[in-house]
Design a protein around this ligand. Structure first.
Ligand SMILES: *[C@@H]1O[C@H](CO)[C@@H](O)[C@H](O)[C@H]1NC(C)=O
Ligand SMILES: *[C@@H]1O[C@H](CO)[C@@H](O)[C@H](O)[C@H]1NC(C)=O
Ligand SMILES: *[C@@H]1O[C@H](CO)[C@@H](O)[C@H](O)[C@H]1NC(C)=O
Ligand SMILES: *[C@@H]1O[C@H](CO)[C@@H](O)[C@H](O)[C@H]1NC(C)=O
Ligand SMILES: *[C@@H]1O[C@H](CO)[C@@H](O)[C@H](O)[C@H]1NC(C)=O
Ligand SMILES: *[C@@H]1O[C@H](CO)[C@@H](O)[C@H](O)[C@H]1NC(C)=O
Ligand SMILES: *[C@@H]1O[C@H](CO)[C@@H](O)[C@H](O)[C@H]1NC(C)=O
Ligand SMILES: *[C@@H]1O[C@H](CO)[C@@H](O)[C@H](O)[C@H]1NC(C)=O
Ligand SMILES: *[C@@H]1O[C@H](CO)[C@@H](O)[C@H](O)[C@H]1NC(C)=O
Ligand SMILES: *[C@@H]1O[C@H](CO)[C@@H](O)[C@H](O)[C@H]1NC(C)=O
Ligand SMILES: *[C@@H]1O[C@H](CO)[C@@H](O)[C@H](O)[C@H]1NC(C)=O
Length: 400
């Protein structure tokens, strides 16, 4: 009789349905994990219990509608999910001390990828590769490659403190919120061949940066404590044009050349500070407008800004070298109806060249090469609208 077979079939279906849906199911052991294998879609989140030992296999599941979470699971070595294609919410791994293997050969899409403190993880087995994520944070791992994460689209990405990671190469066309790279491998190269625009980007401790297609930065961009000798943005035309974002180059000890040949507009501050090997600042041949402060201090002897036509904030040039000819040139452009509208400071032969708002100390015979205005130092903190020096301060303490 047919009915004899219907009853067990329904029972199996009922059990499967119960297993495949939960706000969060916490798996304690291999048996709990394999019980999920029949779920094509798991509706809800899966957490791995802190006491889980050895390997976690979630083979069979194709989609998790919530998150996949493993926090402080100090005794797992491997997590695999051979069929998993999509995690609708977070893929969060934190404090997995001996995890060496992450095998997700079909994973292509996750909303948030948040990996932190994975000190034994050196590589990924992501054959297809994650192409779509809105938030990505990978910090404190031993990854030596991001092969398996090749995003086409991302909103926010932070890759930091991965000391063996020497290559970051992504096909991204744009970064809608922010990118931060910091303290990865000593020889890390950052390559974004297709990147056309980004909101904020901050590069720290990077050895090579390639951004050949970058045309605009909607917010701010900063280069701090990098190791490169040269930074080139051949196609970049504007930074922070709408919202007053800043462009800054700070403490890049080996940088001898910066080249931004098409850059015409910086909506906020433009800062070139403490780049000790930079002798010539001639990398902004097309720069016309700086909405905030223009603040250059360091060791340079040559500064040219041939297209400059509008600086709305303070103008500060201070150098250890003699910059008297640059100073007399720019002095002629200053004045409230002239090119440089904010407080004008220009001084060479400084033992400690300072940033905008500082008063040159005039260590040597700088009086002839210096032409600081006689405004009080309070006026030195000239602020134009919401930008001006604030733009530079934001550049130093905000994005960076
Ligand atoms: C992991 O454990 C540490 C203490 O051992 C605790 O401070 C931390 O909040 C835990 N992290 C998570 C994500 O549960
Ligand atoms: C962002 O980049 C992606 C991938 O290159 C592209 O498909 C999308 O059209 C871009 N969006 C905008 C607003 O430029
Ligand atoms: C640094 O990386 C570049 C490629 O970006 C490579 O050519 C070079 O050999 C690397 N140097 C060291 C010391 O690893
Ligand atoms: C990395 O950059 C930070 C500041 O952005 C700096 O404090 C740190 O010294 C740099 N590390 C190295 C190894 O240069
Ligand atoms: C540079 O910008 C121009 C004009 O927008 C564009 O045609 C060209 O393809 C860009 N170059 C690169 C390398 O993206
Ligand atoms: C950033 O600027 C680009 C180019 O001007 C534009 O296409 C994009 O929509 C802007 N993005 C945001 C988030 O405003
Ligand atoms: C200037 O940069 C050097 C490294 O190039 C760094 O050691 C020093 O702290 C920086 N000084 C300031 C005032 O930022
Ligand atoms: C700086 O870099 C640009 C672009 O790569 C190059 O054309 C120029 O010759 C370099 N200048 C110096 C002084 O190395
Ligand atoms: C200027 O350059 C000299 C020689 O390279 C270096 O010793 C000095 O520290 C630099 N000073 C500043 C303020 O960058
Ligand atoms: C400054 O630049 C001019 C023209 O670009 C060049 O002739 C001169 O040698 C440079 N001076 C120094 C000290 O680099
Ligand atoms: C972009 O950088 C600016 C300047 O530091 C900061 O005020 C702003 O909050 C950043 N925006 C995002 C989305 O990170």
């Amino acid at each position: 009789m047919a009915a004899r077979y219907i009853v067990p079939a329904l029972a199996v279906a009922g059990r499967a349905a119960a297993q495949c849906s939960a706000a969060t199911t916490t798996i304690q052991n291999g048996g709990d994990a394999s019980a999920l294998a029949s779920c094509q879609t798991f509706s809800g989140s899966i957490a791995i219990a802190t006491g889980f030992v050895d390997t976690v296999s979630l083979d069979g599941i194709q989609r998790i509608s919530g998150s996949l979470i493993a926090n402080n699971v100090t005794q797992i070595t491997q997590i695999s999910a051979s069929s998993l294609e999509q995690i609708d919410d977070s893929f969060m791994l934190n404090g997995l001390t001996i995890l060496t293997t992450l095998s997700f050969p079909r994973l292509t899409e996750v909303a948030t990828l948040d990996w932190e403190a994975l000190p034994a993880l050196q590589g990924l087995s992501f054959t297809t590769g994650v192409q779509k994520a809105s938030q990505v944070s990978i910090q404190n791992t031993q990854l030596n490659s991001l092969n398996g994460i090749n995003l086409q689209v991302v909103d926010t990405m932070t890759i930091a403190n991965n000391p063996y990671l020497n290559e970051i190469n992504m096909q991204l066309g744009n970064i809608s919120t922010s990118l931060v790279l910091e303290a990865n491998g000593r020889n890390v190269s950052a390559t974004f061949p297709n990147l056309e625009w980004a909101n904020n980007m901050t590069f720290r401790n990077v050895s090579t940066i390639s951004i050949p297609s970058l045309a605009s930065i909607n917010g701010s961009m900063g280069f701090i404590s990098n190791f490169f000798t040269s930074i080139v943005a051949p196609n970049l035309t504007s930074v922070g044009a709408m919202g007053g974002g800043s462009l800054s180059f700070v403490s890049n000890a080996d940088m001898t050349n910066l080249s931004f040949p098409e850059l015409t507009t910086v909506g906020g501050g433009l800062q070139v500070a403490n780049n000790t090997a930079l002798n010539t600042v001639n990398g902004f041949p097309s720069l016309k407008t700086v909405g905030g402060a223009l603040d250059f201090n360091g060791n340079f002897s040559n500064v040219s800004l041939p297209a400059l036509s509008d600086v709305r904030g303070a103008f500060n040039l201070q150098s250890t070298s003699d910059i008297s000819s640059a100073c007399s040139n720019f002095k002629g452009l200053s004045g409230s109806n002239n090119v440089i509208k904010g407080t004008f400071t220009c001084s060479g032969d400084q033992s400690h060249p300072g940033g905008a708002g500082t008063t040159p100390s005039g260590t040597s015979s700088s009086s002839s090469s210096s032409s600081s205005t006689s405004k009080s130092s309070a006026n030195g903190l000239y602020i134009s609208g919401t930008t001006g020096l604030l733009g530079v301060v934001a550049a130093i303490f905000g994005v960076l």
